[in-house]
Design a protein around this ligand. Structure first.
Ligand code: ADP
Ligand code: MG
Length: 402
């Protein structure tokens, strides 16, 4: 067991790195945060900050010499860098797990090869010529860049073969082409799996997305016990199959016809699990610290139904936050602002968690609080934000981390 007082390294200084560092510090650990962006939110509380590239050999040597264990806040760090660190340090999740989850082709193939249900898909290598593939049954579909996509970035909605051909001619792959499912709802579950295979599960969250970005998560999802058990069992089987060590999040689709599909895996705490900070006996970030250091898992019991609302960059005007009075004055809402210097449409600037006696009430509070935030109409209409519409031709490219 790595004890409090030890130095924990975290690759990535966004909001997830920030919340991980807060849990680590509360438990008496020190943190070294690495991020290429000098304004990364987690730098504000890191014991040591390193501004640099995740693949810089000197930086990796420094981490090896100065940290007792290293983790990552997001899946897009180079898995090769984690493999280098792994030779000398405890690294959780492993480079192998991150490599599988950071590449949609590997991820989908892993799921299919192990019998987990996914939306029908085909993988399209870099040099794809549409004529090479029997793509018609997958249309209308969603073309997804294999790497670096998140929050709907790197995705194109394609309804015809001609549209798909145009994109494939003009854009370099590799891609996954997925059939667009008629969705009834979306769910996610966050679990923690320790090095000896022990697991702890948080309750299933119902997720409401807008333009491909998470808008509201409501917990516990108001679903039959059989469905939540199926979600839990499927996620547990995935974690076991990957021999995963760390906090893992699994996103699910519920089709209109009643079928449950695995959408994607996140090898880290998840936006839909932020509610665990306030509404569970231990948070997803506490568990992340525990798994990394070998401290036994804590209880995950939900203390109250709740809902989380995301505060996205389009709500900011000239880099100023919206009027947050409604959230601040609400007696059961807790506000989190990540301290990001620059707001951009779709960028995650903060969130709030609000409680209710039933999840329906909590969800209603979240909707009301979000609708009171006016937002900047100009930003809202920007092509970046309106990517559901712009997906018709080209979604915002996979770019910098929001
Ligand atoms: P990201 O990595 O950006 O979260 P996802 O694959 O999870 O990418 O897609 C983002 C959102 O887009 C999903 O939560 C869902 O709302 C919608 N979506 C993605 N794939 C499909 C699909 N095959 N059918 C229907 N909706 C989809
Ligand atoms: Mg997703």
């Amino acid at each position: 067991m790595i004890l409090p007082g030890s130095m924990l390294g975290v690759l990535g200084g966004g909001q997830l790195g920030l919340m991980f560092s807060l849990s680590a510090k509360r438990m008496g650990f020190k943190t070294t945060v690495v991020d290429p962006d000098p304004d990364a939110p987690a730098f504000s509380i890191a014991d040591r900050k390193i501004i640099g590239s995740y693949s810089d050999p000197e930086l990796l040597a420094d981490l090896t010499a100065s940290c007792h264990a290293v983790t990552t806040e997001f899946e897009n760090v180079p898995a090769d860098s984690l493999a280098v660190l792994e030779q000398a340090l405890t690294v959780r999740p492993s480079s192998h797990s991150v490599a599988t989850c950071q590449d949609r082709i590997l991820e989908k193939s892993f799921l299919r090869d192990n019998g987990f249900p996914t939306a029908p898909f085909l993988t399209l290598p870099g040099e794809s010529s549409p004529a090479d593939f029997k793509l018609h049954p997958l249309l209308p579909g969603i073309l997804k860049a294999s790497r670096e996509g998140y929050d709907g970035k790197g995705q194109w909605s394609v309804s015809s073969y001609e549209e798909l051909s145009r994109i494939l001619i003009n854009t370099t792959g590799p891609f996954v082409l997925e059939k667009r499912l008629d969705l009834q709802a979306e769910y996610s579950i966050v679990l923690a799996r320790s090095h000896d295979g022990e697991m702890a599960f948080y309750p299933v969250a119902e997720n409401i997305h807008e333009s491909g970005i998470l808008h509201i998560s409501a917990v516990p999802a108001d679903i039959p016990l059989e469905l939540s058990e199926l979600i839990k069992k499927t996620a547990a089987n995935i974690a076991n199959r990957l021999d995963y060590v760390g906090v893992l999040s699994v996103e699910f689709f519920l089709g209109k016809e009643g079928g449950l599909y695995v959408n994607e895996l996140a090898p880290r705490p998840h936006n839909s699990g932020h509610y665990t900070i306030d509404a569970c006996q231990s948070s997803q970030f506490d568990q992340h610290v525990r798994v990394l250091t070998g401290i036994p898992l804590a209880r995950t019991d939900l203390l109250s139904p709740c809902a989380m609302g995301n505060l996205l960059g389009h709500l900011w005007t000239d880099q100023s936050p919206p009027d947050l009075q409604g959230i601040l004055e609400h007696p059961s809402a807790k506000l989190y602002l990540y301290g990001k210097k620059h707001a951009r449409p779709g960028r995650k600037m903060g969130h709030f968690t609000v409680f209710g006696t039933h999840v329906t009430e909590a969800k209603l509070h979240a909707r009301n609080l979000l609708s009171r935030l006016s937002g900047n109409p100009m930003n809202h209409e920007s092509p970046d934000f309106q990517f559901t519409a712009s997906r018709k031709n080209n979604l915002s490219p996979p770019a910098e981390k929001t």
